[in-house]
Design a protein around this ligand. Structure first.
Ligand code: ADP
Ligand code: MG
Length: 445
């Protein structure tokens, strides 16, 4: 059952993890459910979830495999989700049992991995990185507030916490407060309910730097916005640094008070955009080095091409490949990475790949003409590329079988199915073919 499984797993972790890490990341975990293949674990914070997803999940899969000989996938939920959730409309729920004593958000912890050292600079984040560095050196002076915005998984939280980590390293007495906007909201609500608004203000206004992550979740939260407005003013007037992140510019956050929108624009709003290929490769190389992974550069390249718009997912893919290699007891190669990632729906900028793109790429690759791919010649040197092109059209586009047939010189949809199945079978045993397909996909991605 879940308790027994978790207790065995946690013993494995204990044996393989430094004490402090064990106490920080593993001890607080509670098993919620085990259905034979998925083990659901409840974690105290977003930070824990993040860390589990990126760092610990591969180990868990491996330990579970050793223990049960089965493939067990972990799933992570937050403690706060497990406890029945409250009212969704207003941010101040009616009545909640008064806790005996009340502690403010524990999310003040900074992830020690989120430093400037581990942050790879590329075109999309150069400006944000520079601004972060300046602010960490002279908080409250130049850019206040510093505001990062951009899509998920692009390093906003990492950069923000790098500022905090550097400040603490340089000045151990500095008061650094990091929270998500949800934690801020929860703290505020709890403070009201327990008559501790004074303590709340102490906690949030008596700091050298306040970092609030993902403020888009302030949308709709009237009372919290009000409180945050005053927090902001207090800190700002005291020349204390404020750093904020959001997935979009303040003007686009729904129901955000105008006076907050305008304040957020006082300092420096900087966007972070998705990393280019070169940066993605550098991120993977760096990660591989940190994790002591042996991984050929060709394989790094391959992986960097699989995900193009989210660093978190890029790292997730690397972890998956790593876990797969551990499970199989084989070194990481491009073939192994291909196997590990097959069937995954990865987040790539969805430029619509067309059948024509595929035909011309395949024709180039095999030195045949597009007309031959669309024609009826039965030469082996043409039939194989034709089938590969149909296979790729099926795999990489959303076109129906009849549509694909039509684009290949008006062939029947059964011809397309036949081609697809033939290649799908052959790929399993023929490494050369697999390599060709991988190359082609790379070229098309
Ligand atoms: P966001 O807050 O924008 O959603 P995060 O800061 O949580 O993104 O980043 C997601 C993951 O990607 C984290 O593990 C982070 O360390 C990593 N990451 C993002 N950008 C970089 C980068 N430029 N260099 C190294 N790691 C990065
Ligand atoms: Mg974040």
């Amino acid at each position: 059952d879940k308790e027994a499984l978790w207790s065995e797993l946690s013993e494995k972790f204990r044996a393989n993890t430094p004490k402090l890490s064990f106490e920080t990341w593993i001890e607080p975990v509670k098993p919620v459910n085990f259905d034979g293949s998925t083990l659901t674990l409840s974690l105290p914070s977003e930070l824990h979830r993040d860390y589990w997803e990126k760092q610990l999940a591969p180990n868990l899969i491996e330990y579970a495999f050793v223990l049960t000989k089965g493939n067990i996938e972990p799933k992570f939920v937050l403690d706060s989700d497990v406890k029945a959730s409250t009212d969704d409309k207003s941010d101040i729920p009616e009545a909640k049992k008064k806790p005996e004593s009340y502690a403010f958000s524990k999310e003040g912890h900074l992830n020690p991995h989120y430093t400037f050292d581990t942050f790879i600079i590329g075109k999309g984040n150069q400006m944000a990185h520079a601004a972060a560095l300046i602010v960490s050196e002279e908080p409250g002076k130049l850019y206040n507030p510093l505001f990062f915005y951009g899509g998920v998984g692009l390093g906003k939280t990492h950069l923000m916490q790098a500022i905090g980590n550097k400040l603490v390293a340089d000045r151990p007495d500095a008061k650094v407060k990091y929270v998500t906007s949800e934690a801020f909201t929860n703290d505020f609500i709890n403070a009201i309910q327990t008559n501790q608004t004074e303590e709340f203000r102490q906690e949030y206004r008596n700091v050298d730097i306040l970092m609030v992550d993902d403020i888009q979740f302030f949308a709709d939260k009237e009372a919290t916005q009000e409180e945050f407005f005053h927090t902001f003013n207090d800190l700002y007037n005291d020349d204390k640094q404020i750093v904020l992140t959001s997935d979009r510019v303040p003007q686009e956050i729904p129901k955000l008070q105008d006076r907050l929108v305008s304040r957020f624009a006082w300092g420096l709003p900087v966007d972070i955009t998705p990393p280019d290929l070169e940066t993605r490769i550098a991120i993977l190389q760096n990660k591989a080095e940190i994790d002591n992974l042996e991984i050929p550069s060709e394989t790094i390249n391959y992986i960097a091409n699989q995900v193009d718009s989210n660093v978190r997912e890029l790292e997730g893919v690397l972890s998956r490949v790593q876990a797969y290699s551990k499970l199989k007891g084989e070194p990481i190669t491009t073939d192994l990475a291909y196997e590990a990632l097959k069937g995954l729906k990865l987040e790539t900028k969805s430029h619509q790949l067309s059948i024509v793109d595929i035909q011309s790429k395949v024709a180039d690759y095999f030195h045949v003409s597009v007309n031959d791919l669309k024609g009826k010649k039965r030469l082996a040197s043409i039939v194989m590329p034709r089938q590969i092109a149909m296979y790729l059209a099926r795999e990489l586009t959303n076109n129906s079988l009849p549509k694909i047939g039509k684009e290949f010189g008006g062939k029947d949809h059964t011809t397309v199915i036949h081609a697809y199945e033939k290649i799908a079978e052959k790929i399993k045993i023929d490494t050369d073919l697999r390599k060709e397909i991988t190359d082609l996909k790379k070229g098309l991605g």
